[in-house]
Design a protein around this ligand. Structure first.
Ligand code: FCB
Length: 444
């Protein structure tokens, strides 16, 4: 596919188009006075990350942010979703701030505004300061207070210029992926650690919202990730398995924030491991937010598994897949938008805070042809339009990602960018999808 089938005019006039990145994936963490993070030690442990790659240099956005923001603005984006590195701001996690780190986010914020890009911050996108990981990280209830301190320091400096802020990117990844599956730092596979991390991540979310309200900030939200759970067949066991997957992945965090309750199928496995008095924390966790962000990429085909709880298995699905091996299932975006509104958020604005695809993109004669990415984004935006037409208050769409970057445990191999990055020279080359999007966004 060469061109998008939509233009800006097909969306409501106040609809925001943006692109998203995160600090550890693009900045380069090896300089500027940043403290070590649990991603550095995770990556240094053989077997965790492809080629043991880390975020030391990444895209060197720390030094090239002006060029990168120029490209984002030139594409016609209205907004830029970025994250702030806790360890760059507070190298020890708490205590003395790193002036150079605060100065960087100060310059970055101004640079967005100068280019007409609305700054949309995420406080935490996964690189926990090592000093806090050493004290148990997300397993330690104190993380609520540590995170509140970080929120106060960073937003005390740049909060006056933020268009929107969400405390934590994708609680499921922080909790389940990193403490049960062990695929992300700190790489644990422990049910008790998982229960605590999943609860504390919401406690920290609530504390950060309280702090930012105290600073007089508004337009505060939460960003969750979703995967549609497709039962492999109609059997009762498969339906229960898919329901459990759905509850752990999609309903636990929404339930905590918007209902002050965790879903039964999750409590079945995790309740014995939750910290004492966990119900009392819902006062903090349910602090009202102003919008809800959805990150959506794929679905999973789920069947029953005879092993221990959660009694399900992820199966290979029949749909075409991206470079990540993820099935392409645009209908899931529509399903989540409508279901989230109907069951959790009502009139609250929804934002697609991430969507996009990895592709093995290569440069030929100075250009990068990525028709699959154009088709992927086009199909998902069609589902977004369908939801809007049915009255879902969807207010924006952020593409993941502006640049090819450090794709966590998969290193630099998986390319999600609208802009190709040569990781030897760090040269940036806008792909065909970038040019096509620029055309679509410039037409009303
Ligand atoms: C999301 C993450 C983001 C990136 C994309 C592909 O889960 O938020 O950092 O890795 O997936």
């Amino acid at each position: 596919m060469e061109n998008f089938t939509f233009t800006r005019g097909d969306f409501p006039s106040d609809f925001l188009f943006g692109c998203a990145t995160s600090s550890y994936q693009i900045e380069g963490h090896g300089f500027g006075g940043a403290g070590p993070t649990h991603w550095d030690s995770f990556a240094a442990t053989p077997g965790n990350v492809v080629r043991a790659e880390n975020g030391d240099l990444a895209c060197d956005h720390y030094h090239r942010y002006e060029e990168d923001l120029d490209l984002a603005a030139a594409a016609g984006f209205d907004a830029y979703r970025f994250s702030t590195s806790w360890a760059r701001v507070l190298p020890e996690g708490t205590g003395t701030p790193n002036a150079e780190g605060l100065d960087f986010y100060d310059r970055l914020s101004d640079a967005m505004l100068e280019r007409g890009l609305k700054p949309c911050a995420t406080l935490y996108h996964w690189e926990l300061p090592q000093a806090l990981a050493d004290q148990g990280g997300w397993r330690n209830r104190e993380i609520g207070n540590w995170f509140a301190e970080f929120t106060e320091v960073i937003m005390g400096r740049i909060g006056d210029r933020m268009y929107s802020v969400a405390p934590i990117n994708e609680p499921w990844c922080v909790g389940w992926l990193s403490h049960f599956l062990g695929h992300h730092a700190p790489g644990l596979r422990d049910i008790r650690a998982t229960a605590r991390a999943m609860h504390h991540v919401l406690l920290a979310h609530g504390r950060a919202i309280e702090v930012m309200r105290g600073l007089g900030m508004s337009n505060l939200g939460a960003v969750f990730n979703f995967e549609w759970a497709q039962p492999v067949d109609d059997s009762a066991q498969s339906l229960v398995a898919a329901e459990t997957y759905d509850a752990i992945y999609n309903r636990f965090f929404l339930g905590g924030v918007f209902k002050g309750a965790y879903p039964e199928p999750v409590l079945k496995g995790l309740e014995p491991h939750l910290p004492k008095g966990w119900q009392d924390d819902f006062k903090t966790i349910t602090q009202p937010v102003d919008w809800c962000g959805l990150n959506y990429y794929t679905r999973k085909v789920i069947g029953a598994d005879a092993g221990p709880w959660p009694h399900y298995a992820e199966l290979d699905g029949p749909l075409p897949k991206t470079q990540m091996g993820w099935e392409i299932y645009p209908e899931g975006l529509y399903q989540f938008l409508t279901r989230t509104q109907a069951e959790y958020t009502g009139d609250l604005p929804l934002i697609v805070t991430e969507n996009g695809m990895a592709n093995p993109d290569v440069i030929r004669d100075g250009t990068v042809s990525d028709p699959a990415r154009i088709a992927y984004v086009d199909a998902h935006l069609a589902q977004a339009r369908k939801a809007i037409a049915e009255g879902v208050p969807l207010k924006g769409y952020f593409l993941w990602s502006l640049l090819d970057n450090y794709e966590w445990a998969l290193g630099y191999e998986k390319r999600f960018g609208l802009i190709h990055v040569d990781f030897d020279t760090l040269a940036r080359t806008p792909k065909a999808s970038y040019h096509a999007l620029k055309t679509a966004l410039s037409h009303s």
